[in-house]
Design a protein around this ligand. Structure first.
Ligand SMILES: C[S@@+](CC[C@H](N)C(=O)[O-])C[C@H]1O[C@@H](n2cnc3c(N)ncnc32)[C@H](O)[C@@H]1O
Length: 185
């Protein structure tokens, strides 16, 4: 089955979990991966789906053994393990990064549908990510929305600031990439 067909089938079966019309385009995936700091070595990816962002992360030179994927969907997990046998795939929700997997990561790359999540889900996910990120660590997230996908009270409570990219028009729908990091005082 092609990646697109697998994505479409899972979108029909689990629309809220997948929450996107199509896999992210090459332009969006490249922009997401390019936000990794040059010094980043250990990376976690949340919601890798059909591995299109995963591929771009690996192309940038992150070693497969240093990449940890958290994906809820069992069909996508099988596909990820088939395509990237040296990458660790956890069939666990993203918030499990706080208790399952690496003790430290330099960056989290997220394709999660944060906008369709409750406040407490978002808080659990962001808290888990920042519990494993060092002081200079980054959380990279795309959104189709007009504003920051992380609710402002959650960003505030974790002391986060963000930068945002111009809109990527070559994506369905067009998307923006946000990079969150701890605010420096
Ligand atoms: C919008 S799709 C993004 C897929 C892919 N990264 C891309 O950009 O095309 C969202 C993905 O997040 C996964 N997902 C949703 N909630 C999750 C959670 N709590 N933990 C881990 N993965 C989750 C879905 O199964 C799906 O693969």
């Amino acid at each position: 089955m092609t990646e697109f067909n697998a994505f479409a089938a899972q979108l029909l079966r689990r629309p809220r979990q997948v929450s996107a019309l199509a896999p992210s385009s090459p332009s969006l995936c490249q922009l997401m991966a390019s936000q990794l700091p040059r010094w980043a070595r250990w990376v976690a990816e949340f919601g890798p789906g059909t591995c299109n962002i995963t591929r771009e992360i690996l192309k940038l030179g992150i070693a497969p053994a240093d990449l940890f994927l958290y994906e809820l969907n069992p069909v996508f997990c099988r596909m990820l393990r088939d395509r990237h046998p040296e990458v660790t795939v956890f069939d666990e929700p993203a918030e499990k990064l706080a208790s399952v997997g690496p003790q430290h990561v330099d960056a989290v790359v997220s394709g999660l549908p944060l906008l369709s999540m409750t406040s407490s889900q978002q808080e659990a996910i962001l808290s888990a990510a920042f519990s494993r990120l060092g002081p200079d660590g980054v959380y990279i997230q795309f959104t189709y929305g007009l504003f920051s996908p992380v609710r402002s009270n959650i960003a505030e409570s974790l002391g986060l600031e963000f930068t945002r990219s111009p809109r990527v028009w070559r994506n369905l729908p067009p998307a923006v990439v946000y990079v969150y990091r701890r605010r420096r005082n």
